[in-house]
Ligand binder design. Sequence first.
Ligand code: ATP
Length: 234
Amino acid sequence: MLSVDAINVGYGDTQVLFDLSLDVAEGEVVAVVGSNGAGKTTMLKTLAGLLQPKSGTITFEGQDLTRSKAYDVVDHGLVYVPEGRRLFPRMSVRKNLELGAYSPHARAHRDEQLAFVYDLFPVLKEREGQLAGTLSGGQQQMCAIARGLMSRPRLLMLDEVSLGLAPVIVKRVYEAIAEVKNLGMTLLLVEQNVRLALSVADRGYVIQSGSVVLTGTGQELMANNNVRKAYLGL
Ligand code: ATP
């Protein structure tokens, strides 16, 4: 479904991703893990059309999106939920969600999709009139994921959804991710919490200093000695 082939990406003269390649098949959950600064967010921003690769290609459902702008990428159904949630804090939860369905294709299914995300995260229904900026961190993260789902993505990319959340909230958010996975949604997860991401992923990639150093099924990576030492503290 998604094929990233040898992308090189940087900021000005500083190169961050080096010949990075990965694939995601339809219906798969793929985790990209690695430590702070490895280049995970840079990779997602590039896939989302917010950064342009210097070389390499990004193909999504047979279309070349390498040079596409962010609004085109979303229209193709490749949707990015950024680290730090980026909600509109002075708008209600419902308005934030409705803004997720701004494209004509999503707007036509807005009510149906709203019912789906309220079912996934009932707390958002309870708080639909509240300003998003006054939600707790966990609720804001749920709102950000739900806003991404409102656009009826073909592939949803989630950046560090566990960051800064209490363990009990992380568990709840990951239960929702597992539910979305069971519905057949294709997901690309970026996480510093390696154990968590690999536990839900079909496959994973380990990124170090902007390059893929290891790939395998979630279980293979969890059992890998280097991964266990470097990322799982075992
Ligand atoms: P984190 O989890 O900390 O976000 P990450 O794996 O997502 O880590 P990136 O955020 O992609 O890593 O950062 C990779 C490298 O790119 C880091 O060295 C970072 O300092 C650098 N970097 C990120 N954003 C910029 C920017 N806007 N300008 C210059 N360098 C940047």
